[in-house]
Design a protein. Structure first.
Length: 401
């Protein structure tokens, strides 16, 4: 048996089968490239679902992590540590907000936002206790906890995990009329992805986010943007909401905030929102730990310069120009996205997303299917133009007419 087959079969024997990974076993990675246990090289065009926006083994991030590893890695929030204030101050400034509540994973940040909205609803808005409603969109992806899957419309994510947490209202994504109709006096928040990643990189109709902003402001409802996948440079802006000039009340961040080194997530909002928490009401042992803060501080500094956003814009324009040339010619029926982020729909008659992903893997390109007939393309923002073009050549040879 090959080293690859051996590694896969022993993983299959002793890990829960909650994922269906491509049959490749990575041993090393740098920049936009990964190397498997047999020395084959692959161009990473998924970037850990945007957790690796700054590439594998980014020197600045590794140096920041290494320096912090030698000093102190964990204190718990029982004590202050000397990277915490700077992290909160700088992240709040990056978001144009006043306060930060750090957690670890994306799902925890979404849970934190849900708790924030409910508490704000009862203590600030005056919703009767126990009656808070949060409006969410169909086909959302916000994580895997029991509360979050309670408002998923994906059967795989949701079925047989009930009883479900009540208090959520689901409306079609991109439909302002349905959203307006769902908001009542007990609605405390609208929770949305500004671009739906897992659903296939769905960009809402122009004006939708602005409409959500106006509606939520008029009705005294929090607009909570889950920018875990869309944020931090991916779309060519620090936040995908910026494409419509929209500032939500609450940013939910994760993935790239930890630089692909450590899990770091956060909820960021003004004092009138995050100020609802008092000691003991929420927390996390690892949330805001010194190592996480040190890495995230470097991520924030890198985003402040704007060069990653610029790269995502320029390389993204190129990516979309080239992908759009494939539409209708071969296996590609539609392309969506923004910046260095694309969902490519495959004609189901010509192969599943999985089959296409496996063919691309054989050619040295790693992407992943989502929802059957879509592949998601999201290379690290540090990818070179030449490497992107090489990746596009491979895509063309598999998908072209
Ligand atoms: C990945 C993701 C999450 C969940 O993050 P985890 O770190 O996997 O818990 C939530 N929302 C969006 C939009 C995501 O892409």
């Amino acid at each position: 048996m090959s080293t690859t087959a051996q590694a896969i079969s022993s993983a299959d024997a002793h890990s829960a089968h909650n994922y269906h990974p491509l049959p490749v076993v990575i041993a090393h990675a740098e920049g936009a490239w990964m190397t498997d246990v047999e020395g084959r090289r692959y161009l990473d065009m998924l970037a850990g679902y945007s957790a690796l926006n700054f590439g594998h083994g980014n020197r600045r991030l590794l140096d920041a992590a290494r320096a912090q590893l030698e000093r102190v890695t964990l204190t718990s929030r029982a004590f202050h540590h000397d990277r915490f204030a700077e992290f909160c101050t700088n992240l709040a400034a990056l978001c144009g907000k006043e306060m930060v509540l750090p957690m670890n994973t994306g799902a925890e940040a979404v849970e934190t936002a849900v708790k924030t909205a409910r508490k704000w609803g009862y203590e600030v808005k005056g919703v009767p206790d126990g009656h808070a409603k949060i409006v969410v969109a169909a086909d959302n992806f916000h994580g895997r906890t029991t509360t979050i899957v309670s408002f998923s419309t994906d059967h795989d994510a949701r079925d047989h995990f009930g009883p479900y947490t009540p208090g959520f209202e689901i409306v079609p994504y991109g439909d302002l009329t349905a959203l307006a109709a769902a908001v009542t006096s007990n609605t405390v928040a609208v929770l949305l992805e500004p671009i739906q990643g897992e659903a296939g990189v769905l960009v809402p109709p122009a004006g939708y986010l602005q409409g959500v902003r106006e509606l939520t402001r008029e009705r005294n409802v929090l607009f909570m943007a889950d920018e875990i996948q869309s944020g931090l440079g991916r779309t060519g802006r620090t936040f995908a909401c910026e494409h419509e000039g929209v500032v939500p009340d609450v940013y939910i961040l994760g993935k790239a905030l930890g630089g692909g080194v450590v899990p770091v997530s956060a909820v960021v909002a003004d004092r009138d929102v995050l100020g609802v928490f008092r000691p003991g009401e929420h927390g996390s042992t690892f949330g805001g730990n010194p190592l996480a803060c040190a890495v995230a501080l470097e991520v924030i500094a890198m985003l402040r310069g704007g060069e990653y956003q610029q790269r995502a814009t320029e390389l993204g324009d190129h990516l979309h120009r080239e992908l759009n040339l494939l539409v209708g010619g071969g296996a590609v029926t539609a392309v969506r996205g923004r910046g260095l982020w694309a969902g490519v729909d495959i004609d189901p008659a010509l192969g599943t997303g999985r089959e296409i992903s496996e063919k691309l893997m054989e050619l040295g390109v790693l992407v992943k299917d989502t929802h059957g007939s879509t592949i998601r393309i999201a290379p690290p923002l540090v990818i070179s133009k030449e490497d992107l073009d090489w990746g596009l050549d491979q895509l063309r040879s598999v998908l072209g007419g």
